[in-house]
Design a protein around this ligand. Structure first.
Ligand code: FAD
Length: 412
């Protein structure tokens, strides 16, 4: 292999570049990025970065940078930034760029991540999603310019984090969530109720079970003034953040030479339906799983690259999914494969302590672990999940401090 092209210059793309060099690839390495920025870290965008006073943009991008000049020199890659790829030729041997260039290549790593879902209707000032550094800079400018009434549409992890950060800045925050309770598919009812209670405890309104009918603006004005709910309520808004999930960034591939199904369809080694095209990160569906977590985007590239260089699948990514979320000063962590019928059991702490460790079980076996502010014992369980030791841990002799797992009445 003489040339490998990585499409997507972010977390998975950078880790793929590192893996290629560390695994001995010494050919031409091209990294194509739609954004003008070098790889940067996204998790802070909804957390401390959003809370910070605006500073000089270049310095701010630098603070989030995932690599430094020394590493970039070592990687010896050609960075083609601010130029999205617009296609992969039928044989998977050339990447086409929006500016008309064509990169002939022997191998391709697809690492284009995900793009936020948006609401239908014309764009309005003051309404935005949060995925990129530029999104975060724009939202932060709104918040620091005095946006006081903030409506967050979607109560998932990103929505919850943005709500938490905005509330910390003194804004009056309302979350609108279409389903009866957010995060139930990810956490199950009991732990989702625990997370919902965090909003109420920090004076953030959580309005569940109602969709958004329309965004309102004054006649002829381009700026949002409110959110009209499907149940007829009208919420005043200076800023609206739409956090209704993401979809894999595969539009650029159409018509795609590799199979797509909710992302780039890959085997468990990240190999697509063409052996010289692999994928990693949010865009990649490994077997039945497409993760949208930081840790998967850092673990999958080494596996995918190994298989790319081998020309066939010799390695698989089997580590269970893991993510964390920071809200209202609490660290929430989940690892493993929770199924919809798994039972949950608190083994340390409890809701009234504001910290707990819980296990999900199926037929007496550990399937996943969940923690709020219990990082150390959580990490032990995570290691056990990774090592494939599924026997569920016993409750300590003195029992968990919090008796029932369920927290009722969390949603105001
Ligand atoms: P991305 O980071 O999305 O990068 C993909 C890159 O590809 C982008 O730069 C994009 O512009 C580029 N691209 C797209 N299309 C093209 C194209 N056609 N040509 C060239 N380039 C293209 N995860 C956690 O586990 N914990 C957290 O607390 C957490 N917080 C988060 C907070 C925010 C605000 C966001 C947005 C994400 C958060 N995540 C978190 C998720 C985590 O950041 C992602 O899982 C991770 O960034 C995925 O990396 P990736 O490289 O696959 O995709």
């Amino acid at each position: 292999m003489r040339t490998v092209t990585i499409v997507g210059a972010s977390l998975a793309g950078l880790y793929a570049a590192r893996a290629l060099r560390s695994q001995g690839f010494d050919g031409r390495l091209v990294v194509i990025g739609a954004e003008r920025h070098r790889p940067y870290d996204r998790p802070p965008l909804s957390k401390d970065f959003l809370a910070r006073e605006p500073g000089e943009p270049a310095a701010e991008a630098g603070a989030l940078a995932l690599s430094d000049a020394e590493e970039e020199a070592e990687l010896a890659a050609e960075w083609l930034l601010g130029t999205p790829a617009v296609g992969l030729d039928a044989a998977g041997r050339a990447v086409l760029l929006a500016d008309g260039r064509r990169i002939v290549t022997d191998g391709v790593v697809i690492a284009t991540g995900a793009v936020p879902r948006t609401l239908p209707g014309p764009p309005l000032n003051g309404v935005q999603t949060l995925r990129t550094l530029d999104d975060a800079l724009a939202l932060r400018a709104e918040l620091h310019a005095g946006a006081r009434q903030v409506v967050v549409i979607g109560g998932g992890f990103i929505g919850a984090e943005v709500a938490s950060t905005c509330a910390g800045l003194g804004a009056d925050v309302t979350i609108v969530e279409a389903v009866p309770l957010p995060l139930v598919p990810q956490l199950g009812l009991e732990m989702a109720e625990f997370c919902a209670r965090l909003h109420a405890d920090h004076r953030v309104r959580l309005l569940c079970g109602t969709g958004v009918k329309a965004l309102r603006a004054d006649a002829g004005e381009p700026r949002v003034t409110g959110v009209e709910l499907a149940d007829g309520r009208l919420l005043a808004a200076d800023a609206v953040i739409v956090g209704i999930g993401v979809r894999p960034a595969t539009d650029w591939l159409a018509p795609s030479p590799v199979a797509l199904r909710d992302g780039v369809r890959c085997d468990e080694g990240g190999v697509s339906t063409l052996p010289q095209v692999v994928a990693a990160g949010d865009v990649a569906r490994y077997g039945e799983l497409r993760a949208e977590h930081w840790t998967s985007a850092t673990e999958q590239p080494a596996v995918a690259v190994r298989n790319l260089l081998a020309g066939t699948t010799v390695a698989r990514h089997t580590d269970p999914p893991y993510f964390w979320s920071d809200q209202y000063g609490s660290r929430i962590q989940l690892a493993g494969h929770r199924g919809p019928k798994d039972t949950v059991r608190i083994i340390e702490g409890g809701p009234e302590e504001g910290s707990l460790l819980a296990v999900y079980e199926r037929d007496g076996e550990l399937t996943a672990a969940f923690a709020v502010n219990r990082p150390r014992p959580f990490m032990r369980l995570r290691r056990r999940l990774s090592a494939g030791r599924p026997a569920a841990p016993a409750v300590p002799a003195d029992g968990p401090a919090g008796a029932p797992a369920a927290v009722r009445g969390a949603t105001p």
